[in-house]
Design a protein around this ligand. Structure first.
Ligand code: PEP
Ligand code: MG
Length: 585
C-alpha cells in the first residue's frame, strides 16, 4: 500500500486487452458455501451455532415485523409472521440436526433441508406453494448469513470504471461482476484456464490472475492499469505510463475494428480447406455477441454457470427456458449444450449435493461422475435439453468422459429420458447428435473405441493439459508449466483427430488453446475441423485460417510431431515460420 509510482506486478495473462481505472477491492471472497465435515466431538457445538443463528434470525424478523406495523396502515406484519412461523417449525430444526448428526456443517445442513422442501413444493402446481417456496428460501438464506456472520455483499458500490481486485474470484462472483460490466479484474490466485479467466475472456474484459499478493497491495480508489496482453498490473501509474497505455489500447481498438470486417467471410484457407469457427458461451445473454463476431455455431455452452449464485438446483423448466431461448436465437446454427460440469474449481453450493469435502476436487466427484451419482439432477437437465432440441439444432455433449462405461451409462439414462418423452408425446429431435469432450488421457487413449459410439468429439485442452501434465489448472505456482506445446499434448491431439476421422466423425476443440492464434496453424495442420473459442477471439482465429495454406501446415505439423521436447517444438515452429508467416505469430 505504498505511494510508489509505476509499481509493476507480474502474473498470468488471463484475458487480453488494456484496462485503466480505479481499484475496487473485494475483501470478502468466499461467497460460496463450502461443505465441511464436522467431527463427532464438535457436533453439539455445531447445533449450538445453529440455535444461535436461528435466534438471531428470529430477533431480526421480529424487528422487521415492528417496523412494518409502524410504517404501514393495517396489519401487514403477517408477511414477516410467515417467516417467523417457518423459523419456529420444529420439523425444520429436527431435519437440519439430522444432517449435523451425520457430520454435515450447519450451513450445508440448512441448505440441504431447504432444498428438499423446495423440490417437494416444485412438484405441486399451485400458486400458494410457489410463494411459500420463496419464503422458505429467504428464511434459509437469513439463517446461513447469520451462521457465517455475513453482511450484505460488498459488490454494492461497484461501478463501470471499477477494476476489481480480489484474492480469488469464484465463477459465481465473476457472474456478478459480469452484470456490472466492470473494466477489468485481477486476482492473487488462479491460472490461465481457471473459470474466472474463462469468464473474463467470454466477456472480453482484460484480466490478470496469479498475482499472489495484489489484494494486499492496493486500496479501493487507487489508480491501476491491467495489461491483460502481458499479464501485468501497473499500480499508481504516472501520467506518462497512462498515456502510453491509452495509445496501445487505441491501436488495439483499431485492429479489432479491422478484424470485424471478416465477420461474414468463410473460415477457409487459401487452398479452400474449410473449418468451423464456433464460440464458447457461459451465459445465454451472450448470443448476440457471438453472432456479431461471426461465429457460425456454439461449440460449448458451459451450463454449470446456471448453478451459481443460488440455493437450489435448476428445474427442468429453467433448463428448457434457457436452452430453447439460445437455440432459437442461434437458428440456423448449431448449439452444443454440455451437460453440467460441476466440481473442480466450480465449487458452488455443493452442500446441496452432499458431496462432502474433497482434498483433490479436480480428481473427485466432478462433471459426468457427479451426474451419474445424482441421476435426478442429470435427468432434469437432459429433459430440458431434449425438449429445447425441438426448437432448432442442438448437439448434446458429455464432459469428462474417462471410459466407455461412463459414456454408455450416460447414454442409458438419456435413452430412458427419450423413451419417457415419447410416451408423453413431448417433441424432441430424434436425430440429436451426441458427443463427448475428450479431456482426460484415458479417453484420448481409447479414442478409436469412443469415436465409434458418438456423433462428434470436442477436445478440452484445459483439462487434457491439466491431467496429462499433472498441472493444477488454477494453481499459479505451476502455471508456467502449463504448456499446450508439450509433445505429449500435440501427439494426443493428433491421435484424437485421426481416431475421429477414421470413425468418420468431426472433431473440434473448445479448450483455450483453440482460441489462441499462435496455435491456429498447427491445429489446422493436425486436422482439427472445428475451433470453439471465446466470441471475441473468433475474428483473429478466422484471420489466421484465411491466410494459411492447408497443404503447408499439414506438412509443418508432421515435422512438429517428430519433436521430443518443447524447445525443439518451438525451434521447429520458428524455422517453419520463415516459410509460412502464420506459423508462429
Ligand atoms: C476444457 O477442459 O478444455 C474445457 C473446454 O472445459 P472446461 O474449461 O469447462 O473444463
Ligand atoms: Mg474441461
Amino acid at each position: 500500500m505504498s505511494n510508489e509510482k509505476n509499481v509493476i506486478l507480474r502474473g498470468v495473462a488471463a484475458s487480453s486487452g488494456i484496462a485503466i481505472g480505479k481499484v475496487f477491492l473485494l475483501t470478502d471472497d468466499d461467497f460460496s458455501l463450502v461443505y465441511k465435515e464436522v467431527p463427532k466431538s464438535e457436533r453439539c457445538f455445531e447445533k449450538k451455532r445453529l440455535d444461535d443463528a436461528i435466534e438471531k434470525t428470529k430477533t431480526e424478523f421480529k424487528l422487521i415485523c415492528d417496523k412494518i406495523n409502524k410504517v404501514l396502515v393495517g396489519n401487514y406484519a403477517h408477511i414477516a409472521d410467515v417467516h417467523l412461523l417457518i423459523l419456529d417449525d420444529p420439523m425444520l430444526k429436527k431435519d437440519v440436526c439430522k444432517f449435523i448428526d451425520d457430520g454435515v456443517n450447519a450451513e450445508c445442513a440448512i441448505l440441504n433441508v431447504i432444498n428438499k422442501i423446495i423440490r417437494s413444493f416444485e412438484a405441486i402446481e399451485d400458486g400458494y406453494f410457489k410463494e411459500r417456496k420463496t419464503d422458505i428460501q429467504y428464511v434459509g438464506k437469513k439463517i446461513i448469513d447469520n451462521l457465517l456472520g455475513r453482511q450484505k455483499k460488498t459488490f454494492a458500490n461497484l461501478s463501470k470504471d471499477s477494476i476489481v481486485i480480489a484474492h480469488n474470484l469464484t465463477p459465481a462472483d465473476a457472474v456478478v461482476i459480469r452484470e456490472n460490466l466492470v473494466k477489468g479484474f485481477a486476482t492473487d490466485i488462479g491460472g490461465k484456464t481457471s473459470h474466472t479467466a474463462i469468464v473474463a475472456q467470454g466477456l472480453a474484459i482484460p484480466a490478470v490472475v496469479g498475482l499472489r499478493t495484489i489484494s494486499l497491495q492496493v486500496r479501493t480508489g487507487d489508480e491501476i492499469i491491467v495489461d491483460g496482453n502481458r499479464g501485468e498490473i501497473i499500480l499508481n501509474p504516472e501520467p506518462r505510463t497512462i498515456a502510453k497505455y491509452i495509445k496501445e489500447h487505441d491501436v488495439q481498438v483499431v485492429k479489432i475494428k479491422e478484424l470485424e470486417k471478416l465477420r461474414d467471410l468463410p473460415a477457409e484457407t487459401i487452398d479452400n480447406h474449410k473449418v468451423s469457427i464456433f464460440a464458447n458461451i457461459e451465459n445465454p445473454d451472450d448470443v448476440a455477441s457471438i453472432l456479431n463476431h461471426g461465429a457460425t455455431g456454439i461449440g460449448l455452452y458451459r451450463t454449470e454457470f446456471m448453478y451459481f449464485n443460488r440455493n437450489s438446483i435448476p428445474s427442468e423448466q429453467e433448463h428448457f427456458d434457457k436452452y430453447s431461448k439460445i437455440v432459437k436465437e442461434m437458428t440456423p446454427y448449431e448449439t452444443t449444450i454440455r451437460t453440467v460440469d460441476l466440481g473442480g474449481d466450480r465449487l458452488t453450493k455443493l452442500g446441496l449435493l452432499n458431496i462432502g469435502h474433497e482434498k483433490n476436487p479436480f480428481l473427485g466427484l466432478r462433471a459426468m461422475r457427479l451426474c451419474l451419482k445424482h441421476p435426478d439432477i442429470f435427468v432434469d437437465q437432459l429433459r430440458g435439453i431434449l425438449k429445447a432440441s425441438a426448437y432448432g439444432k442442438v448437439r448434446l455433449m458429455y464432459p469428462m468422459i474417462t471410459s466407455i462405461e461412463e459414456l454408455r451409462g450416460a447414454n442409458r439414462i438419456l435413452e430412458k429420458v427419450k423413451h419417457d418423452l415419447r410416451e408423453k408425446h413431448i417433441k424432441f429431435d430424434e436425430k440429436i447428435k451426441i458427443g463427448v469432450m475428450i479431456e482426460v488421457p484415458s479417453a484420448a487413449m481409447i479414442i478409436d473405441i469412443i469415436a465409434r459410439e458418438v456423433d462428434f468429439v470436442s477436445i478440452g485442452t484445459n483439462d487434457l493439459i491439466q491431467y496429462t501434465l499433472a498441472i493444477d489448472r488454477v494453481n499459479e505456482n505451476v502455471s508456467n508449466l502449463y504448456d499446450p506445446l508439450h509433445p505429449a499434448i500435440l501427439r494426443f491431439i493428433k491421435q484424437i483427430v485421426d481416431g475421429c476421422h477414421k470413425a468418420g466423425i468431426s472433431v473440434g476443440m473448445c479448450g483455450e488453446m483453440a482460441g489462441d492464434q499462435q496455435y491456429t496453424s498447427i491445429l489446422l495442420g493436425l486436422g482439427l475441423d472445428e475451433f470453439s473459442v471465446p466470441s471475441a477471439h473468433v475474428p483473429k482465429i478466422k484471420k489466421v485460417v484465411r491466410n494459411t495454406f492447408f497443404s503447408n501446415v499439414q506438412k509443418n505439423a508432421d515435422e512438429i510431431l517428430k519433436c521430443g521436447s518443447r524447445d525443439s517444438v518451438l525451434q521447429t515452429m520458428k524455422m517453419l515460420s520463415k516459410y509460412d508467416k502464420n506459423m508462429f505469430i
